[in-house]
Ligand binder design. Sequence first.
Ligand code: FES
Ligand code: FE
Length: 444
Amino acid sequence: KTLDATDCLDGIASVCDIENGRISGEIFYDQKIYEQELEKIFARCWLFVGHDSQIKKTGDYITTTMGEDEVIVIRQKSGGVKVLLNVCPHRGNKVCFSESGSTRGFICNYHGWSFNVEGNLIGQHESGIYEDSNFDKSKWGLKEVAKVDSYKGLIFATFDPDSPTLEEYLGPMTWYLDSLFDNQEGGTEFVGGCIRSTYECNWKIAAENFVGDILHAGWTHDSAARAMLGGSVAKVSDFDESYSVNWNGHGYEFALDTVGNVAVLGDTQLNKYLHTIKPSVAERLGDFRSNMIGAVSSCTIFPNFSFLAGQNTVRIWQPRGPNKIELFTWVVVNKSAPQDIKDRWRKGAMMTFSPTGVFEMDDGENWEYCTKTAKGKVTAKQDLFIGLGMDTYLEDTDLPANVYKGQLNEANSRAFYQRWQDLLQSKSWAEVPNRNKGKAEVEK
Ligand code: FES
Ligand code: FE
């Protein structure tokens, strides 16, 4: 079958044959597909917009984007969070230009409309002139994003009022998220600011790398690991027990009990900290998840929120066209960790996964070429292989979600692209096929 990008636009046929381990290069460089992604994925899915610790008091805000739409995430008097379009409803000027801050409201630069923390229009320059013109002030506030919810400090929002609840959207992946975001009393916080950088790559290549591509680590990052961390990247095939799990296109891959085998960020103090907290994690979350803390794991929550647990880097791959992303990166730590440990994680991330980090550069170069090559019209039609580990599904397990044996397979990548394709081909949430076959329930 010849793959044709236009197939997915009218929802008739598949652009990729994912079940048989095949995708098409053109999904990484096609403007029409990108437009569909903005509409059918970024305007519908729950997207990560910030962490509770970034907006503690009323009026504290951060600005970010949902797809290419600019938004303000702002703490309300009620303690809740609103996500507002960062766009003045008069002529569409941007109303907030800073990345974060604390405010009693926003005033538009153009004609002076002003808005309070709730986004209501409260005043205008020359306000008297609006009196005759049938003007209903209450209808012209900043537009509110349809739904906002959070899980263990992670704030998500969606433009789609008909989307499933966040709980349904994340499903049993929350059980695994807790191993990083709820392994100690008090939860987590982001430290330092948001680091922003750009890559000339398609957003899916980055998101898929974190959903389940540990295969590249021992090869791509080996020389950097030797130079920066003083030793090779750990050989994943040496780990006794490892898994890839996925649900609704989200994926987490991890090896158990790697603390001690791998010096987290080359820093023995971080290893020591993880060893110290392990018994309390076991008490809180059970033995299995106490063995997940530390290194050699990665996760993407569909479509574009990712993190690495041992490195404690958290990021959004913001789409900026079919061949460009803006990367927003933060460092996450346990709130209860000693200050010295928090600082070590922050500095470690600067050396590894940030614009100054050697691992980030390794990845960036690969991702840019994986994108650029698809510019060639013949190359774009080439099939790409994602068929590794077709028979690794574990029927017989008590673990939640769809569980696959080992990390060295492409099960999570296939699930990610399958969900991507399903969403592009579905006109409503009701049409999106349920491809999960694992256990949906999690112990609370
Ligand atoms: Fe904002 Fe006119 S565009 S006040
Ligand atoms: Fe990498």
